[in-house]
Write a protein that binds this ligand. Structure first.
Ligand code: ATP
Ligand code: MG
Length: 771
């Protein structure tokens, strides 16, 4: 047996050695599913399978790169380079580059990002003179996106009365028209959006049997990671491509299906057996990632879901520390707790920044974490926020480059036609847009023919327009003979972008120049890397494709030693020694928007399972008692997920807060009830509590805002607040009102607090209890 196969246990070895046929590996988190795929590819190659005929689809491009790296270590890098590996989007974008002309698209089609798509939709809504508060562009976009991912084309939509009715019920009866206009405009601009990359691939494979046959023959072995999160469109592609040889291996975990909201279909896993002949099913049970405590705690969580496959996950790893649960007063305190815990752990356990991850349910939660990390000088990196390629100055350059490749690209043209300013105003641009829509031509073509159409544009402006076209054409000539780096350098100089930023002179302007330089550096590396490959030459087109599909996670530089901040969704498949899951509060995690049905709540629970199972050594769950949400300070209560974990796996650093508005927890009301029947949470765990006593806690829990914060007619006297009144505040403790000023909603009080000194509070918001 080859040496590397010894790094697998028996259960993992079976699907690796099973060379042919359809197989599915279903197993819990951390049991080596991704490792099985990696080693299976290495093994196939050692059995003489040509790497060009192996297609492996992963959840992120980063995962693909890591797999490739590992495979290179086993079989040598020259062979591994030729594997087809990446996300669905990146692999099929590449295939569409070869085949797009069959669908009437230029082979140099642009890939519209979400912002581009939303901007097109916004302008359609405007042109159709629809109410933008009803036809919200983001809502319309996600609706269209979900249709595309279910393969519902405009035509299919229009022949489906149920869908039309559903949209009419949602008060957007003209969605079909917007959908059609959107598809037309993208087509005219020679652009595909993200969903098109899958939709058009499906179209290609169904309409052109010879193309299907070609790729079926090419991809003799297909492997898919995270199969539980494939959507219908992805499912059909895999199904079609693997239909001939049926050498397909998918791995997944139904307990980690977390993208239903984006159309992922967990049934793809359940139905796999029916889709192929003679399917072999493998199960892995041993977790290698986490301590016993974490594995068992995660098991105790996922058991609460009704819809799930029964799976065993155990580990031979150490017992490990208990999961630490911490409560704070505010999200600022929560950030400080996380930052100082990281600081201490680094000192006590010689840990590196890169070993820590902070996971949250929503991106907005990162701010408090960032503030606290910065104060402690802990380097961090946020994933999934604005990526490098989304920055303004970078986009400006990239949109020029897009236009060079595809002059029909309208979003690109609109962005750069007057940047840097060259005297082409918005009235002129509007006229061109109208003419382009009228003639069914691109804006670029309209400008090229500007002398032939009467648009009432003065001759000075016409010259400027013509100069712009000439400039872009001159870039195209340069691009034909140069690599990505050279053309980009040329563009930044000739367009005047560099000069514009230099002129700016502010620190921001300087930072922008540095970013553009960084872009150029990245391109130089890219060109060098590509030139080593057999089937690439470092062209601009290759670079732009990489960029269009780059996610923030993909651009991670391995040498960075930084704390990772990201949403739980993004953390799927990753692992870190220390993991903080922050914001463990009702309505946040589980999300308030996903609690109306059992299946939504179960998806939230799976998300929590994913979060917890990222941790190798130590997991922390933190929550706060109050949090600003949508501009309001709200009372928060601990997430039900904390109490769903068997208590023996938890260690409370602060006493657990009981739920406030569940009556069965309010001991005072139930004084005459048999208390043994109440589901009271264990009080403070064994070790001496550091926080307030149970009595204090009970008191704190009863604190309520004196009036509702929407009450415009606030009246201090009605709320029994007068100069001299003794009050208690959630954070500052006891205090006496020294002064009251202002009226109604603006009433403020100066209060002399025992713990906080003199504070001025807006009474409408202050959480005071009259003593
Ligand atoms: P997830 O469900 O989170 O995607 P997974 O099932 O894909 O997890 P892997 O990421 O492949 O699991 O493996 C988890 C960890 O365990 C990795 O660090 C991996 O290298 C390690 N591992 C897997 N199998 C073995 C093994 N047989 N011996 C030692 N380490 C292993
Ligand atoms: Mg995995």
């Amino acid at each position: 047996m080859q040496e590397y196969l010894k790094q697998l246990n028996e259960a993992q070895l079976a699907p690796v050695l099973q060379k042919d046929g359809a197989m599915i590996v279903i197993a819990g988190a951390g049991s080596g599913k991704t490792r099985v795929l990696t080693y299976r590819i290495a093994y196939l190659m050692s059995q003489g399978v040509d790497p060009f005929s192996i297609l492996s689809l992963t959840f992120t491009n980063k995962a693909a790169r890591e797999m490739k790296k590992r495979i290179s270590e086993i079989v040598g890098s020259s062979e591994a380079k030729n594997l087809w590996m990446g996300t669905f989007h990146s692999v099929f974008a590449k295939i569409l580059r070869f085949e797009a002309d069959k669908l009437g698209y230029p082979n140099n089609f642009t890939i519209y990002d979400t912002q581009d798509s939303q901007s097109v939709i916004r302008s359609i809504i405007k042109d159709m003179q629809l109410d933008k508060d009803i036809y919200k562009y983001k809502k319309v976009y996600s609706r269209i996106s979900s249709y595309k991912n279910s393969l519902i084309t405009v035509k299919a939509y229009n022949s489906n009365p149920e869908l039309m009715e559903a949209d009419a019920m949602a008060k957007i009866p003209r969605l079909g028209e917007i959908y059609k206009a959107y598809v037309d405009r993208c087509f005219k601009a020679g652009a595909m959006d993200f969903d098109d990359l899958l939709l058009k691939t499906n179209e290609l494979l169904t309409r052109f049997p010879e193309v299907l046959a070609k790729y079926q023959n090419r991809f003799r072995y297909i492997l898919v990671d995270e199969y539980q999160d494939t959507n219908h469109s992805q499912y059909l592609i895999v199904r079609a491509l693997s239909d001939k040889f049926q050498n397909i291996c998918v791995v997944g975990d139904d307990a980690q299906s977390i993208y239903a909201f984006r159309g992922a279909n967990i049934n793809n896993i359940f139905n796999f057996q029916k889709d192929y002949d003679d399917v072999k099913t493998f199960r892995l049970e041993q977790n290698y990632r986490s301590t016993k405590n974490i594995v068992n705690a995660a098991n105790s969580i996922i058991e609460k879901n009704k819809t799930r496959l029964d799976k065993v996950v155990w580990t031979a790893n150490d017992e490990g520390a208990k999961i630490k649960v911490n409560r704070t007063m505010t999200d600022g305190d929560e950030g400080r707790f996380v930052a100082s815990t990281i600081f201490e752990t680094k000192m006590n356990e010689q840990a590196h920044n890169g070993e820590f991850a902070i996971l949250y349910r929503t991106n907005a939660q990162s701010r408090a974490m960032e503030d606290a990390l910065r104060k402690k000088d802990i380097p961090y990196r946020i994933y999934g926020g604005l990526s490098f390629y989304q920055r303004k100055e970078i986009k400006d350059v990239l949109y020029y480059l897009r236009l060079v490749l595809n002059p029909k690209d309208e979003e690109a043209l609109k962005r750069v036609i007057n940047y840097p300013a060259r005297g082409i105003g918005s009235t002129t641009i509007d006229k061109i847009v109208v003419a382009a829509n009228h003639y069914g031509r691109s804006m670029f073509e309209v400008i090229q023919n500007i002398d032939k159409i009467d648009l009432k544009i003065n001759s000075g402006t016409k010259t400027k327009l013509k100069n712009f076209v000439t400039m872009i054409q001159s870039f195209q000539i340069v691009n034909a003979n140069q690599d990505a780096f050279s053309i980009t350098e040329h563009v930044t100089k000739k367009t005047g972008i560099f000069q514009e930023l230099k002129k700016d002179g502010t620190p921001e302007g300087l930072a922008r120049i540095e970013n553009i330089e960084e872009l150029l550096n990245g391109m130089r590396d890219f060109v060098e890397e590509q030139k080593e490959l057999a089937d690439a030459n470092g062209s601009l087109a290759e670079f732009m494709e990489d960029v269009a599909l780059a996610t923030d996670l993909d651009n991670e530089k391995g040498d960075d030693d930084k704390v990772a901040l990201m949403t739980v969704h993004l953390a799927k498949g990753l692992e870190f020694p220390y993991v903080f899951v922050v914001g463990m509060e009702e309505d946040l995690f589980p999300s308030g928007m996903s609690m109306s049905t059992r299946s939504e709540l179960e998806e939230e629970r799976r998300l929590f399972y994913v979060a917890l199972t990222r941790a190798e050594k130590q997991a922390y769950l933190t929550y706060t008692q109050s949090r600003y949400r949508w501009g309001k300070l709200i009372d928060a209560e601990p997430s039900r997920f904390i109490e769903e974990i068997e208590p023996k796996y938890l260690e409370y650093l602060t006493p657990i807060t009981e739920h406030r508005y569940k009556p069965l927890l309010d001991v005072d009301i139930f004084d005459d009830v048999d208390k043994s029947k109440l589901r009271l949470r264990k009080p403070v765990s064994g070790s001496a509590p550091k926080g307030p006593s149970q009595e204090q806690l009970r008191k704190l829990r009863r604190l309520k805002p004196v009036t509702s914060d929407t009450d415009k007619n606030f009246n201090a006297a009605d709320a029994n607040l007068n100069v001299g009144t003794l009050v208690e505040h959630v954070r500052f403790g006891k205090g006496r009102i020294a002064k009251i000023e202002g009226v109604g909603a603006d009433t403020k009080a100066e209060i002399d607090f025992e713990n906080g000194g003199l504070k001025k509070l807006l009474l409408r918001f202050a959480k005071l209890n009259v003593l």
